[in-house]
Design a protein around this ligand. Structure first.
Ligand code: PGA
Ligand code: ZN
Length: 417
């Protein structure tokens, strides 16, 4: 059994939007790992650069000329060393020389190859034998904001969280049922609704934020009653995309309304109370740590989560911890580059009572590694879609992990820290 890297192959593949992306194979003497990179559409401004100038083609060239010669011959078992080498070869702070997505795919493929070489599954390799908690699937049901065109809600995502489920399979079933019921209501509300879906497989319809919330709330109630466990709601406001810095206001085009920071705070708090929201992501734009802190202090029994706010970045999270800005953080490895970078952020989050929520990107592939990361990192929730193919790849992998763990499998602890 050897984990020495014998070969590293890079290729261009496509994501679910038809965009070019990078895929990496890593071959060791006794194993193999493959990973492909996702892509965000509503990116935080502090994210690393995805590709060098010249896009994926230039990234492939860089891999062949400067990355592979360094990595081949190293030991896949030494993840930190591999990830440090990627940063050293790149030399820039935002990974713009080799590309953040190049680093991401090599880092993940390497972890997979190391696990495979030692006969472990990735979640066990990273999380050890104590990793047996399944995350709750936080599923996108209705899309809006930058994930849609034309008339749709201003908020980016309307989510379901099946809090009362006893197993992952049960939780995934609940989300599918909610998704299904919501379509029936949308048909009634929007006569032109033709079953269109966003990249994440959430419905796209001509409804307002409040109509979307009402429809989702009704579906959650009905499915909760039928399955005899609670399904709650969440939203990703993605408020950076609503924020107008010059006017110092959140501009809700669909609602034809502007809200200053104080009004935004009041309206989000009202929604948390009215709909008993379990989860609110990015309710303010990405540099407003103070408003985040005020909301986190006032909201009860609700995960207040930073995505664009933190961009999986340790320094930004440290700033948030100091300001008491949130109680949860989205973890997207390709926002920061490598697995080691993300792990550092997860550990900082854990030590400070922040719930880590591993998430997909709107542009994604059938890569299922985030399923393993969510279990290894003991995430209370995994944010992914409910029905679209690249989302189902992750959900089905979690079903396999649950089966593999058998009696040892439990659901994670969702209580607000
Ligand atoms: P993105 O958005 O993947 O398009 O960046 C997802 C999110 O904001 O959570
Ligand atoms: Zn987000």
């Amino acid at each position: 059994m050897s984990t020495v890297i014998e070969d590293l192959v890079a290729r261009k593949v496509f994501n679910n939007r038809g965009e070019e992306t990078i895929e990496i194979d890593i071959v060791t003497a006794s194993g193999f790992g493959r990973a492909s990179a996702p892509a965000g559409r509503s990116r935080g401004k502090a994210e690393v650069a995805y590709y060098p100038n010249g896009g994926v083609d230039q990234a492939l060239k860089k891999v062949e000329e400067v990355v592979a010669p360094e990595i081949v011959g190293m030991n896949a078992d030494f993840q930190e060393e591999i990830d440090r080498t990627l940063h050293e070869v790149d030399g820039s702070k935002d990974l713009r020389v080799i590309g953040g997505n190049t680093a991401f795919a090599i880092s993940l493929a390497n972890a997979e190859a190391a696990a495979n070489s030692t006969g472990s599954l990735l979640f066990q390799y990273l999380g050890g034998h104590v990793a047996c908690e399944l995350p709750y699937p936080l599923g996108n049901v209705i899309s809006g904001g930058q994930h849609t065109h034309g008339k749709s809600p201003d908020f980016q995502e309307f989510l379901v969280l099946p809090c009362g489920a006893q197993t992952f399979a049960e939780a995934a079933t609940a989300n599918i049922q909610v998704h299904c019921r919501v379509a029936e209501s949308l048909k009634k509300k929007d006569k032109l609704f033709g079953g269109g879906k966003s990249d994440e497989g959430a419905w796209v319809a001509n409804v307002t934020d409040s109509e979307a919330l009402e429809i989702l709330s009704k579906a959650c109630e009905e499915v909760s009653d039928e399955l005899s466990f609670e399904c709650r709601m969440g939203v990703d406001v993605a408020a950076s995309s609503l924020w107008n810095g010059k006017g110092k206001a959140y501009v809700y085009e669909r609602q034809r309304k502007k809200r200053n920071a104080g009004e935004q705070l009041d309206s989000v708090l009202e929604l948390i109370k009215k709909y008993h929201l379990a989860y609110v992501e990015d309710p303010f734009y990405e540099d407003d740590f103070d408003s985040f802190a005020e909301l986190t202090q006032k909201a009860k029994d609700c995960l207040i989560c930073g995505d664009d706010l933190f961009t999986t970045n340790c320094e930004r999270l440290a700033r948030g911890i100091k300001a008491k800005a949130a109680n949860a953080i989205i973890i997207k490895v390709n926002q920061i580059g490598t697995l080691t970078d993300a792990l550092e952020t997860v550990e900082l989050a854990r030590r400070n009572g922040y719930a880590p929520v591993v998430a997909h990107r709107s542009g994604d592939t059938c890569d299922w590694h985030i399923a393993h990361l969510a279990v290894a990192f003991k995430c209370p929730a995994i944010k992914t879609g409910i029905v679209e193919g690249t989302r189902t790849a992750k959900i089905n992998e979690l079903i396999r992990i649950e089966e593999f763990l058998g009696e040892r499998a439990t659901m994670a602890d969702l209580r607000t820290p």
